[in-house]
Every structure is written in structure tokens, then in C-alpha cells.
Design a binder for this molecule. Structure first.
Ligand SMILES: Nc1ncnc2c1ncn2[C@@H]1O[C@H](COP(=O)(O)OP(=O)(O)OP(=O)(O)O)[C@@H](O)[C@H]1O
Ligand SMILES: Cc1ncsc1CCO
Ligand SMILES: [Mg+2]
Length: 279
């Protein structure tokens, strides 16, 4: 289990490096929230590029330090783009982040998510229902029936209910897993960090989860997957809380949140309230 003081030091370093290096993390992500993903990546200190086509996914892997794959709104071309991009990242030894949005909705989504098991994402990020469903689909915990629990893209489970699934996924990938919710859970299969903060208004605007995936990829260009995951999650929780002090309704909250992401210091991010537990 990692020491809190060590983890905080690593987070400060990662956040400083993101701001100093302006790292690029390309995305293949859904059309609902694509603008929010790119703007959150920029506000956090990174650089964004969004593509749809197979060869362009491969090009972004070569050009960037990490890549983000989000299954939110699938198009037929993704049948080629998504596995080719994940394979390119694995072959290049570059981290990639998976958000299995809407897992269980359709057959292409299930087929792609099944295929992606072999390319081992450095970070998996989802809400509790998505993490439980993915661990079931990959035969790591629960059962394949967990897939049919999907209702859409919003969670129907608590973060705590997804703890075993998250730990099992992290032990399988050797990377990190983030379960988002009221408090967020981050694990590398050895430690579990519970990060507090944020605001209930984050559930009233679509794309807070999707954009967190893009920011996770930005951090993953600069440090190991677990440090990257805790840093990005703390950055979100700090900024969500700061934004809620300035805005009380969804649209103004979203704008205040992007400002807070931009203004948060490495120390603000590292000092966000968190607990470390044994996995
Ligand atoms: N009630 C809440 N209190 C505090 N933070 C919250 C709350 N609900 C969501 N969040 C925060 O919002 C962010 C997104 O989490 P959420 O679980 O809503 O993702 P999601 O369902 O995948 O979102 P989307 O699919 O709309 O992108 C995380 O940073 C999480 O901590
Ligand atoms: C609402 C929605 N539908 C497909 S993707 C998406 C964004 C949040 O996951
Ligand atoms: Mg989501």
C-alpha cells in the first residue's frame, strides 16, 4: 500500500509536468461530449485531438503520449478504428484509457469491448455500473449477466458496489481503474484510494465522466497509471468543489468548472481530501 506523503509528492510532480510539457493525448470519443473532453484536456494543461478514422487513430498514437477510447456513440467505422488504435498503443508501449460508456447497449459495443481485453488499457474509467459490467464481460468478477443491467449511460450502482470489480480489473490489466461517483475510487489492485469532493451538479451536466477520461489520458503521458489516475480524479474533485462555490446551476457550473481546472495548482490537486486503504 502506498504512503499518502509519497503519493502526494508524485501527484505534485505529475501536475507540474503536465503544465510544463503540454502533452497531447488523442481521443476517439462520443459526439455528445467531444467539445467538453477537448476543453477539459486543455484547461488541465494538455493538448487534444479528436478523430474517427482507423489510420488517423494510429497516427494519433504515434504523435501523442497516450490515447483515449470512449465507446459512447459508436459508428460502423469504429469496428476498425477502435481495435486498430488500441493495438497501435499496445505495440508502441503507450498508455491508453478506456471508458466503456453504455456497455451492454448493443452488439457492436459488446464485441468491441470484448476485443479490447487483449490490449490491456493502462486506465479503465467508468461509473459503477459500467465497471461492474466490464469486469463481468471480461470474466474477472461477477458474471456476464451484469451486462444486461445496463440502462443507458448513467449508473444504477454505488461506487462501493463496484470495488471488487475494480480491483479485479486492475489486477488483470496491471494498470489503474477509476470508479466515478459521489466519492471516487481509484485502484491499482494493491491500494484503493477514495477521493472526496466534487459536487452533485457534476451529475447534472453530461460529460463530466467522459472529460475525466480525456484528462486521465493527459496525466498518463507524464507518470505511471495509478499516480495519473489519482491526480486526475483529485483534480476533478478539487475543481468541482471550487466551482460549486461560484455557481449553483448546471450551465454556469460547467463554465466555472473549466475555469477551476485551469486555475488549480499542483498543491491544490495533491492536497484534495483522500483516504488510502488496502485493496
Ligand atoms: N454526487 C456527486 N458528488 C460529487 N461528485 C460527483 C457526483 N456525481 C458525479 N460526480 C463527479 O463527476 C465526475 C463524473 O462522474 P460520473 O459518475 O457522473 O460519470 P459518468 O456517469 O461516466 O458521466 P458521463 O457519462 O456523463 O460523462 C466524477 O469526477 C465524479 O466524482
Ligand atoms: C448521454 C450520452 N449518450 C451516449 S454517450 C453520452 C455522454 C455521456 O456518457
Ligand atoms: Mg460515463
Amino acid at each position: 500500500m502506498i504512503e499518502q506523503s509519497q503519493l502526494k509528492e508524485d501527484i505534485v510532480q505529475a501536475a507540474q509536468n503536465v503544465r510544463a510539457n503540454n502533452p497531447m493525448a488523442g481521443s476517439i470519443t462520443n459526439t455528445v461530449t467531444i467539445d467538453f473532453v477537448a476543453n477539459a484536456q486543455l484547461a488541465a494543461g494538455g493538448s487534444a485531438a479528436m478523430v474517427y478514422l482507423p489510420d488517423e487513430g494510429e497516427t494519433l498514437v504515434a504523435a501523442g503520449g497516450a490515447v483515449y477510447l470512449n465507446m459512447g456513440t459508436l459508428f460502423p467505422v469504429y469496428e476498425e478504428t477502435i481495435p486498430r488504435t488500441a493495438a497501435a498503443a499496445q505495440a508502441a508501449g503507450k498508455p491508453w484509457v478506456l471508458d466503456p460508456v453504455g456497455i451492454g447497449i448493443g452488439s457492436l459495443r459488446t464485441k468491441l469491448l470484448s476485443q479490447l481485453k487483449e490490449y490491456k488499457p493502462a486506465i479503465v474509467r467508468g461509473n459503477a455500473s459500467e465497471i461492474i459490467a466490464l469486469a463481468g464481460l471480461w470474466d474477472l468478477s461477477g458474471s456476464a449477466e451484469d451486462l444486461s443491467r445496463a440502462r443507458g449511460v448513467d449508473t444504477t450502482d454505488t461506487v462501493e458496489a463496484a470495488r471488487d470489480a475494480a480491483v479485479a480489473l486492475a489486477r488483470f490489466t496491471g494498470g489503474a481503474v477509476v470508479v466515478s461517483g459521489k466519492s471516487d475510487l481509484v485502484t491499482d489492485g494493491k491500494s484503493v484510494v477514495i477521493s472526496h469532493g466534487g459536487s452533485s451538479l457534476m451529475g447534472k451536466v453530461t460529460g463530466f465522466g467522459c472529460s475525466q477520461g480525456g484528462v486521465l489520458a493527459v496525466y498518463a503521458t507524464q507518470t505511471d497509471p495509478f499516480t495519473a489516475a489519482v491526480a486526475a480524479v483529485n483534480h476533478y474533485n478539487f475543481s468541482g468543489r471550487a466551482a460549486a462555490a461560484k455557481a449553483a446551476a448546471p450551465a454556469s457550473f460547467k463554465a466555472a468548472f473549466l475555469d477551476s481546472l485551469y486555475l488549480a495548482t499542483p498543491e491544490d490537486i495533491a492536497n484534495n481530501s483522500m483516504e488510502i486503504q488496502e485493496a
